[in-house]
Design a protein around this ligand. Structure first.
Ligand code: AP5
Ligand code: MG
Length: 209
């Protein structure tokens, strides 16, 4: 099963992808997580993209496409994968259609106001990428990752100004993908405003069909 997850920042793509990865046994490939790991490890790629991510802008298409193209050639992708946050521009979507055929493009439907509420309270693990929220998904011990014990952080792009910019970039660059994948008959839309359990159940039942 080759899946694309797209939707606004904070829609819950990462949260649901982590659950589906376990139940479907396919890898979760988040371009954002890959860039953040490179920033943390101060690689050449990390140095190149740090300012872009912090500001909520997009990494150049060519670089991102070749990164994902190489990633899906790895052994763990032979039964499929979840692409979380890629493609997110029309250039990426059209290029990707020539490289791989997706089985479905999952659209996480959510309003901006809920996005702002979610991202304002998000805490993430810089080591294992686990995702928490100070109200809706609290870690067992405040500030500490349940999974690996590392200290949780606020992502630099969860600062108020960066959230606003990410929403602007989302509406102008990524939202057109909804029309593109609808015309290809690939869209599976989920109501992303429910609880994580409700969103996951809706997705699973739609994927079974
Ligand atoms: P990326 O990491 O992909 O960020 P994003 O798209 O902005 O999405 P987020 O990770 O912020 O949100 P999410 O939908 O995963 O929500 P989450 O599950 O965490 O990209 C970061 C940056 O990398 C980009 O800005 C860009 O610079 C670069 N980049 C990445 N891909 C690129 C590409 N293809 N091309 C160019 N540049 C690229 O949930 C959010 C919060 O809500 C959490 O606190 C969570 O606990 C909570 N929550 C989740 N679900 C629910 C729910 N159902 N109910 C209540 N709370 C919930
Ligand atoms: Mg994410």
């Amino acid at each position: 099963m080759k899946l694309i997850f797209f939707g606004a920042p904070g829609a819950g793509k990462g949260t649901i992808a982590k659950q589906l990865k376990e139940s479907a046994g396919i890898p979760h490939i988040s371009t954002g997580d890959i860039f953040r790991a490179n920033i943390k490890n101060q690689t050449e790629l990390g140095k190149k993209v740090k300012a872009i991510l912090d500001a909520g802008e997009l990494v150049p298409d060519e670089l991102t496409i070749s990164l994902v193209e190489n990633r899906v050639k790895e052994d763990d992708c032979k039964n499929g994968y979840i692409l979380d946050g890629f493609p997110r521009t029309m250039v990426q979507a059209e290029a990707w259609s020539k490289i791989e055929e997706a089985d479905a493009a999952i659209y996480f439907d959510i309003e901006d106001a809920e996005v702002v509420r979610r991202l304002g309270g998000r805490r993430t693990c810089p080591t294992c990428q686990a995702i928490f929220h100070v109200e809706t998904n609290k870690p067992k011990t405040e500030g500490i990752c349940d999974v690996c014990g590392a200290e949780l952080i606020i992502r630099p792009d969860d600062a108020t100004e960066a959230i606003q910019n990410r929403l602007k970039v989302y509406h102008s660059q990524t939202e057109p993908l909804l029309d593109y994948y609808t015309k290809l008959g690939k869209v599976v839309s989920v109501d992303a405003t429910g609880t994580p359990e409700a969103v996951f159940n809706e997705l699973q039942s739609k994927l079974k069909k």
